[in-house]
Design a protein around this ligand. Structure first.
Ligand SMILES: C/C(=C\Cc1cc(O)c2ccccc2c1O)CCC[C@H](C)CCC[C@H](C)CCCC(C)C
Ligand SMILES: C[S@@+](CC[C@H](N)C(=O)[O-])C[C@H]1O[C@@H](n2cnc3c(N)ncnc32)[C@H](O)[C@@H]1O
Length: 253
């Protein structure tokens, strides 16, 4: 299956916000710009570790054979492909994102990665804050490095709750806003002294500087657990991984 739906019209970018990433449209354009180098920079800058973190997130979602699965903010499709392997030929996976360029990369990768099960993937261009799906539709949801990037985190959590079947789980992987001073300092040092200088080579310094701002403005693990419980989830637990650099919120409806 392969269908690209029309994107949800987002707020026009103000000319005064040239270098800010404050509104949805700014973020949409940021991820369109980094799409061509996104996967390679993730592999280089995390020494390939992000692929392990993503496998953990998919495993903790509880996705299984025959399921209807959703990968929110799918980007270039890393988690979508992993969810596709979990669902198998009898299941189906929707990868949703509002970046045309990211979805274009994901869709083209589908043909480069020649696993038969990838026929169960549908790519949807849409907004995580206004999902085009009915209530209680999905058996599991993943969201990799997406929650930190949406404008309204409460609304995103409410939408995930709405479209999830009762008793099912979401698994939300992202950077961890650590309360441990050393971890926070190391994370900041790596972004300032490795990530941004590397991105500068590709003319993407401002785009990767946004990473640091977005982590500073993100929620701690405990705050993420409360966000999920406030949205109606019956269970929520935030697991720190890779020494607290990353974290995964698992919540059950
Ligand atoms: C897959 C990863 C990040 C995805 C990602 C998320 C965003 O919100 C972005 C926003 C703007 C630009 C880019 C991104 C983006 O790529 C995590 C791994 C890739 C990171 C860029 C590297 C982070 C390095 C760690 C802080 C330290 C790693 C230490 C060790 C090598 C494991
Ligand atoms: C850092 S990328 C993560 C991509 C992929 N999940 C991964 O783990 O590599 C964040 C993605 O979230 C998407 N995104 C941000 N806000 C969104 C929204 N409101 N609706 C849909 N997608 C959104 C961006 O377009 C981008 O592709």
């Amino acid at each position: 299956m392969h269908s690209l739906q029309f994107s949800v019209p987002l707020l026009p970018t103000s000319r005064f916000k040239r270098h800010s990433v404050r509104c949805a449209s700014d973020r949409q354009q940021l991820f369109n710009r980094i799409a061509p180098v996104y996967d390679n920079l993730n592999d280089l800058l995390s020494l390939g570790q992000h692929r392990i973190w993503k496998r953990m997130a998919v495993s903790w979602s509880g996705a299984k054979t025959g399921d209807s699965l959703l990968d929110l903010c799918c980007g270039s499709g890393d988690l979508t492909f992993l969810m596709s392997e979990k669902a198998g030929a009898d299941g189906k996976v929707i990868g949703l994102d509002f970046s045309k360029e990211q979805l274009s990369i994901a869709s083209s990768r589908r043909y480069l990665l020649s696993k038969a099960c990838y026929n169960n993937i549908e790519w949807v261009e849409g907004d995580a804050l206004d999902l085009p799906f009915s209530n209680g539709y999905f058996d599991a949801i993943t969201m990799g490095y997406g929650l930190r990037n949406v404008i309204d985190k409460r609304r995103a959590m409410q939408e995930m709750f709405r479209v999830l079947k009762p008793g099912s789980r979401v698994s939300i992987l992202d950077f961890n806003k650590s309360m441990q001073p050393f971890t926070a300092l190391f994370q900041e040092w790596m972004i300032d002294n490795v990530v941004v200088p590397t991105a500068t080579v590709y003319g993407l310094a401002k785009e990767y500087q946004y990473l640091k701002t977005s982590i500073d403005e993100f929620l701690t693990g405990k705050e993420l657990e409360k966000l999920a419980l406030d949205a109606g989830f019956s269970y929520a637990r935030h697991y720190e991984i890779s020494g607290g650099l990353m974290g995964d919120l698992v919540a059950a409806r």
